[in-house]
Design a protein around this ligand. Structure first.
Ligand SMILES: [Zn+2]
Length: 81
C-alpha cells in the first residue's frame, strides 16, 4: 500500500517535471491569461482596463517547478565557481 502511494507520488512528480521542462510558462491564475482586467466600453467591446499585477500584463507566469529549478541552478552556479 505504501509503495503504491509512493510510486504514484513519484509518477506525479515526474510528470510535473516533464511539464515544467516542456512548457515552463503557465497561464496566470489571477487573470486567466488575459493579462489584466477586461471591461466593456460603451460600445460593449472588450477593453483592457489595467494590467494584472501578478503577471504584469503578460498573462503568463513561470511554473513553480521551473522557478525552483532556476533557483537551484543559480545556487549551484554561485557555489561552484
Ligand atoms: Zn495575470
Amino acid at each position: 500500500m505504501l509503495t503504491a502511494s509512493v510510486l504514484l507520488l513519484l509518477a506525479t512528480l515526474a510528470g510535473y517535471t516533464l511539464l515544467c521542462v516542456a512548457s515552463p510558462f503557465g497561464t496566470c491564475r489571477k487573470c486567466q491569461g488575459l493579462g489584466g482586467k477586461v471591461v466593456l466600453d460603451r460600445k460593449s467591446r472588450p477593453k483592457r482596463a489595467k494590467p494584472c499585477r501578478r503577471c504584469k500584463g503578460h498573462g503568463k507566469r513561470l511554473r513553480i517547478g521551473r522557478r525552483l529549478a532556476n533557483h537551484g541552478r543559480a545556487v549551484h552556479r554561485a557555489g561552484t565557481r
